[in-house]
Design a protein around this ligand. Structure first.
Ligand SMILES: [Mg+2]
Length: 184
């Protein structure tokens, strides 16, 4: 069966910068006000700092996941990259995606260059593309989207061995090959 499959970029295909705890980066971007998910668009000086942490050399590809993508792209599935990176990161993002050949693996690339709230941006794109499967490392975002849409299989990519998905519409995986085992 040919499927429409969507993937997030950061921490799915590309790692966070070394030596910076992922939780710290997540905290900088995300806050929860009265249980409502809200992401922050950084101020101008902070954007420059953020741009430094996004220089492509500091963002190593997650090779094992990229290999899975390469195999999938040889099949007939439709593959989409959906990243909520903001407009101020467009130059770094374009460079990164070209550098690792990520643009060639997908049938469509969607970036949040209109600076919408990430969960709302992704929810709209996922709906528009009629996805069968969507993979992301952001559990809060997956919780939100899975409440808005039915008939999609959501996968939460997390290397935290102890973490358990709190939502039965979302299945936890440690790597992409858990979901798409190699044929060999
Ligand atoms: Mg991510």
């Amino acid at each position: 069966m040919i499927m429409n499959i969507g993937f997030d970029l950061d921490k799915v295909l590309i790692s966070y910068p070394p030596l910076v705890p992922g939780r710290m980066i997540d905290k900088l971007y995300k806050k929860k006000a009265n249980g409502v998910l809200l992401y922050r668009i950084p101020s101008t000086p902070e954007q420059w700092l953020r741009k430094l942490s996004h220089i492509p050399a500091l963002r190593r590809p997650i090779r094992e996941n990229l290999h899975v993508l390469e195999e999938l792209s040889r099949k007939d599935h439709k593959l989409y990259l959906i990243s909520s990176r903001f407009k101020f990161l467009e130059p770094e993002t374009t460079k990164l995606v070209k550098k690792h050949g990520i643009d060639r693996l997908f049938d469509g690339l969607y970036f949040n260059y209109d600076n919408l709230q990430p969960h709302e941006f992704k929810n709209a794109v996922i709906k528009k593309l009629h996805l069968d499967i969507y993979v992301d490392d952001d559990l809060h975002l997956l919780n939100y989207v899975s409440r808005q849409q039915n008939g999609i299989r959501f996968y939460w990519l997390s290397d935290d061995k102890k973490a358990v998905s709190p939502n039965k519409k979302i299945q936890k995986i440690a790597r992409l090959s858990d979901l798409f085992p190699h044929p060999s």
